[in-house]
Design a protein around this ligand. Structure first.
Ligand code: FRU
Length: 491
């Protein structure tokens, strides 16, 4: 039946088979991007949590490897992170020490041991073969408060004015909506140095924290620290949003995080962008994030097969002052721009007659237009399922709206059909740019070079996808379309 067909993405990571959720242990080491992920080696539902593993030379083409850290009787392996250091075990280094005396890198992973008796604590493992095999620390767990929702260790590097590095681990007490900060000189001994939160909405757990230094408008003398957080409602929540990511811009002195404004800002305005964290040791100190494209509300009901779970496009984060406010900006990494640069733009005049074009369904579409001459704009996407995706922009309110609906999407879960609304910064009569990435069941929209993003799972059926562009007035719209023909992974 066409409604049941979910094409496998071609330029996003999906596991060959079985269940996947959060990205874990993201690290760049000697030319390879390592992605570990919450994985059930045994089936397509959440359970037996382990770290799956994949690598990529370019963040586009991924090779899946053996499970790296496997669950065992009484203990699951929950989310966490990796840091790469020089081969001198535990020696603090700047992250530039990949070519230490014997040419090796030590990878140190921190993950949550989730014990069957409702107890969570942080454990450690090391790898000396580039991340393929791992030796758990005999002293695990290495950080234990005897509590039941203490999880998701993310280790970041903090370099002081004298150039000395120390490591800071962020973990959550998920039910308390707190981030606990620990500091270590050597990745072995940890001291609790501060606690952040609770704040913001109640009735949620806090998960998967990260802390990222970013330059405001590219100014190296104006570094802010951005706290990333994922929140998930507990119990019955009438709000259909479910899981979502947020950020807070602030400062960090190596001990405690001080927000500029004590409130959580939505990081992505779609329903399916969760547990996003950044790579350790990325070249040029860039902050590259991957997130799980799903929502705990219906993740287990999504009908892709034989895999269930996908990663977002890798996104480079930066801070940009827009209309006087410092905003987190997310742009897809290099290969997306390279694909678009190789394609030619066509010009549509959408008003009198809707413009139709066909997409493979593994496509990048870049639209540029001036609302002053086109008025409101709508882009409709249809496949062979009884379903519709609609993107629209309203100049009067400068609002971008992304809806997904129709019988095929309603059948997934009552909260699956959705309308995402985001007010774009600035006034609505300025020229606009929209990058729409549709890769199988993954839709990601980047507005104005990443000033706002909307990421959603969609079910449109099999390709080709018919795209229809409609504007209110006959102004021109420039459209660049790239269809990706080569699958990344065998299906
Ligand atoms: C976030 C999360 C983490 C946890 C993992 C378990 O999606 O709930 O807090 O470590 O998933 O799979």
């Amino acid at each position: 039946a066409p409604n049941g067909h979910v094409p496998r993405p071609r330029f996003h990571f999906t596991p060959q088979r079985n269940w996947m959720n959060d990205p874990n242990g993201l690290v760049y080491d000697r030319g390879l991007w390592h992605l570990y992920f919450q994985y059930n080696p045994e089936g397509a539902d959440w359970g037996n949590m382990s770290w799956g593993h994949a690598t990529s030379p370019d963040l586009r083409h991924w090779t899946e490897h053996e499970v790296a850290l496997r669950y065992r009787d009484g203990e699951q392996v929950f989310s966490g992170s990796i840091v790469a250091t020089g081969a001198a075990a535990g020696a603090a280094d700047s992250g530039a020490g990949h070519d230490s005396a014997d040419g090796g890198t030590l990878l140190t992973a921190f993950y949550t041991s989730a014990y069957d008796d409702d107890h969570q604590a942080q454990s450690r493992a090391t790898s000396r073969d580039g991340g393929y095999t791992w030796q758990p620390d005999p002293q695990n767990p290495v950080l234990d408060r005897g509590t039941s929702a203490f999880r998701d260790p993310k280790v970041v590097r903090v370099t002081d004015a004298a150039g000395a590095t120390r490591y800071v681990m962020l973990t959550v007490e998920a039910d308390d909506r707190q981030v606990l900060f620990y500091a270590s000189p050597d990745l072995r001994t940890w001291e609790h140095v501060s606690t952040f939160g609770p704040l913001g909405a109640t009735g949620v757990v806090w998960e998967c924290p990260d802390l990222v230094p970013l330059a405001v408008d590219g100014d190296p003398d104006d570094i802010r620290w951005v706290l990333l957080l994922s929140t998930n409602p507990v119990g019955d929540d009438p709000n259909p949003d479910g899981s979502s990511m947020h950020y807070i811009v602030g400062s960090f002195d190596g001990v405690s995080f001080t927000p500029d404004v004590a409130e959580l800002t939505r990081l992505d305005h779609g329903r399916d962008f969760y547990a996003g964290v950044t790579f350790d040791s990325a070249p040029d100190g860039e902050a590259i994030m991957l997130a799980w494209m799903s929502n705990w509300r219906y993740a287990g009901a999504f009908p892709s097969s034989p895999w269930r779970g996908a990663m977002s496009l890798p996104r480079r984060m930066s801070l940009r002052t827009v209309a006087g406010v410092v905003r987190l900006v997310q742009q897809p990494v290099g290969f997306v721009g390279e694909l678009l640069a190789g394609a030619e733009a066509s010009t549509f005049v959408g008003a009198s007659q809707p413009a139709d074009f066909t997409l493979s369904g593994h496509s990048l579409v870049e639209l540029a237009w001036d609302p002053a001459s086109t008025g409101a704009l709508r882009l409709l996407l249809r496949g062979d399922a009884d379903a519709l995706v609609e993107l629209s922009h309203e100049p009067s309110s400068n609002v971008l709206i992304v809806t997904r609906g129709g019988a095929a999407m309603e059948a997934v879960h009552p909260n699956f059909p959705s309308t995402s609304t985001v007010v774009l910064p600035g006034s609505g009569d300025q020229p606009l740019r929209l990058l729409v990435s549709l890769d199988g069941h993954l839709l990601e929209v980047f507005a104005n070079d990443g000033e706002a993003t909307v990421s959603n799972l969609v079910l449109l059926g099999a390709g080709p996808i018919l795209a229809t562009l409609i504007t209110e007035l006959p102004g021109p719209i420039s459209a660049t379309v790239v269809d990706v023909t080569v699958p990344d992974v065998a299906t």
